[in-house]
Design a protein around this ligand. Sequence first.
Ligand code: BG6
Length: 503
Amino acid sequence: TETGCLSIIVLGASGDLAKKKTFPALFKLYQQGFLQLNDVHIFGYSRTKLHDDELRERIQGYLPVENKVSSNVSDFLQLIKYVSGTYDSREGFQELDKAISEHETSKKSREGSSRRLFYLALPPSVYPQVCKMIKTFCTNKSCLSGWTRVVLEKPFGKDLASAEDMSAQIGELFDEPQIYRIDHYLGKELVQNLVKPFSYFNLLLLSLLFLDLETLQLVLRFANRFFLPLWNRDNISNVQIVFREDFGTEGRGGYFDQYGIIRDIIQNHLLQIFCLVAMEKPVSTKPEHIRDEKVKVLQSVNPIRDEDVVLGQYRGYKDDPTVPDDSVTPTFATVVLHIHNERWEGVPFILKAGKALNSRKAEIRVQFKDVPGDIFKCSKQGRNEFVIRLQPSEAMYMKLTVKQPGLEMTATQSELDLSYRQRYQGVVIPEAYERLILDTIKGDQQHFVRRDELKAAWEIFTPLLHRIDEGDLQPLEYEPGSRGPAEADKLLEKAGYVQTHGY
Ligand code: BG6
């Protein structure tokens, strides 16, 4: 582990993202002792004129203090200093640099290196400008060792051309290993398990006999013989990657209307999950090897056809005063992707996301084909499914056909269920942002989006997005609190999804 001076600079410190995600994640890392390994200082920078204490007060209410034990809070807050300035102001960034340098030359840190982590909790439109200011005024040229890293939040552009333009501008200032493009879905615990396998898994048979699930370990894609031979077009009928929220765009209508659900959720979060489900086994667990495989699978996706898309907009969306009355921005979309490769040809990958639906849930649902020569009439009961629920209550379960207990010879559906929080009581499941910030400090880029990956992701969705922007594809109205437009269920059926019993 590197030691020495670490400066974490949160740009956009008075904004919502910083308050709700960045500072709370930093606090959790502090609480768990990760930041104390370093001589760390945190700097907030934004346009609002504030004193250090005023920023600290604003943040304090959002810090996750469990059991009302606030012992660490004030120590943590004391690490934070504030500098105000605009995002194009030379003076502002010079002052910021001065504050960081003072910290770096303080007695405690003199022998260490200068490590500067710039977290841009800002609208993407200012990224190139801010990166230029950081590069010009805030990279410590006099220090021989250390690094400068910039962390960027999505959305990265609005389409292929704008994303490429942004990448080129930032790429002139910083090298790819210095750039961390956050997709917080990659930091969620269960998503991690798809790529960071544990090494063993207890026999499913135990559960089939209705024994305790206690001994069941993590089910993971690349470390389980169970999955290796089944994870392909011969056995899998379709894959669904679903994101639902039971609230609308409240308070974010202005932002959301410019992007829509495909840019907000599907092109990034769901596509990242898609990669992890569909990619080939990487050569090793090195970040570059994993990202190489993700790019390959993205490049194998066929162009999206109109008949593979259903769009929706919930009734009431346009009542938001920040949303134009004639908005045709989708708040719901189902998009079916087809991969042109040996493993997946003919297997629909259904990506579905919506706001103001009937529940809050994010899950991956891998549905297997019917059993050939089915003597038990299993298909009436439903198919085998492997489900990974990312939220709420992280879990993995397998839907199996088993014998109904009793004297009758009847088949029924049941689940092998591994609920994380229940199974690993007392184990702290970290929030996505904690892990991702820690990764940036460590210099691990595995859970960040590489430039070529971003480009490949935009290549898939840009033609469709342009058709929507030009009004060629219109959203269907759906009731808030519903499942979304009925046409989306029909599309699912067409893609081969069979509704199963249970959950
Ligand atoms: C963000 C989107 O990236 O993810 C939001 O911009 C969405 O629209 C949020 O609500 C969902 O994140 P989570 O972690 O709450 O599922």
